[in-house]
Design a protein around this ligand. Structure first.
Ligand SMILES: [Zn+2]
Length: 328
């Protein structure tokens, strides 16, 4: 497809973005909603929003791309039941295809982002790349030898559930224990920090900005990183020596599995805290990595990486999506 418009939909754990863009990856219009406000009737919401806001363009639209939080069932075009969002068994591909009369493509959100990097971004120059989102949850998209990995159901990239702590101190939203996401995702950082303050750093709370939050029980990932930026010694220690080190271990495991030339980090935690995220990874990754160390850096596509990925899977459908899942 060389011309025409594409509707892109990015369904994340926290935000849902709907946009119209073109096949070159330029986003013309974008609307952002809170996923919890729209998830209960996501199909009606998407159809109404498109008909209300994009009806003037609809005849020029060549397809609809969806980048969604997983797990997915790509053969049936479904979003199953993500641990981090109130969605359950949504047959999104068939329903949108029928109601909009357009071809509809679905992949995991981080998979869409790595495809966007390959088609429009820094990934153009690489045959082997990984995109990792450090956000409400942790996920990845992987390209090996120019081939986009999908797996039997489209879930070949649940790296957030890599085990980084065999003692299983923290429980994960998926039901497992010791998973990377249970320690380092935006949703789970507060519980992890509380546990650390309880078990390990309680004696260092005096004089720390974290003390108030801990007492009142409203610590968030955002405040932890903000206090670290403000120079709070305990916040820095937790961000660098605990979360940062676990990120280094998680990323090293991904590097050991897929041997990428470059690892691109996106998601709100990485985008808002570049130095505090990249610094500890650079410091500790050599402890854990066995393959030749790749470049690890922040995505050049910013917060629209997944939405651009939704455009990219329509503009240039990945061969693996066509061959195994019979997308057009
Ligand atoms: Zn898990």
């Amino acid at each position: 497809m060389s011309e025409g418009l594409v509707i892109g939909i990015d369904i994340g754990a926290t935000k849902t973005r709907l946009g119209v863009g073109d096949v070159s990856g330029r986003i013309h219009i974008k609307h952002v909603y809170r996923t919890t406000d729209v998830a209960h009737n996501i199909i009606d919401f998407i159809v109404d929003d498109i008909k209300k806001n994009f009806s003037n363009f609809l005849d020029k639209v060549v397809g609809v791309g969806i980048a969604s939080i997983g797990p997915l069932d790509l053969k049936r075009g479904m979003i199953l039941s993500p641990p981090n969002a109130p969605l359950k068994n949504v047959k999104i591909v068939a329903e949108l295809r029928e109601r909009l009369g357009k071809e509809v493509f679905l992949v995991n959100d981080a998979v869409a982002a790595v495809w966007a990097e390959k088609v429009y971004g820094m990934g153009r120059d690489f045959r082997n790349l990984v995109y990792i989102t450090l956000s409400t949850g942790i996920g990845a998209g992987v390209i090996v030898d120019d081939h986009l990995l999908l797996g039997k159901d489209g879930n070949a990239h649940e790296v957030g559930h890599i085990v980084v702590d065999y003692t299983g101190m923290m429980g994960c939203g998926c039901g497992g224990r010791g998973h990377w996401e249970a320690y380092c995702s935006g949703m789970n950082i507060p519980a992890f920090v509380e546990k650390l303050l309880e078990k390990k750093y309680g004696g260092q709370l005096e004089g720390s900005l974290l003390r108030q939050e801990y007492r009142r029980n409203y610590l968030t990932a955002e405040t932890l990183f903000r206090y670290a930026k403000q120079g709070d010694a305990l916040a820095i220690k937790i961000v660098e020596e605990e979360i940062g080190r676990l990120n280094a271990a998680g990323i090293a495991s991904v590097v050991n599995c897929y041997d990428p030339e470059v690892v691109l980090l996106g998601g709100a935690i990485a985008l808002n805290n570049e130095e505090l995220v990249l610094g500890p990874i650079a410091k500790y990754i050599d402890m854990y990595v066995t393959n030749r160390r790749p470049k690890v850096t922040i995505t050049d596509l910013g917060e629209d990486a997944c939405l651009k990925g939704a455009l990219a899977i329509v503009a240039k459908p990945p061969p693996s999506l066509r061959e195994y899942f019979r997308y057009p």
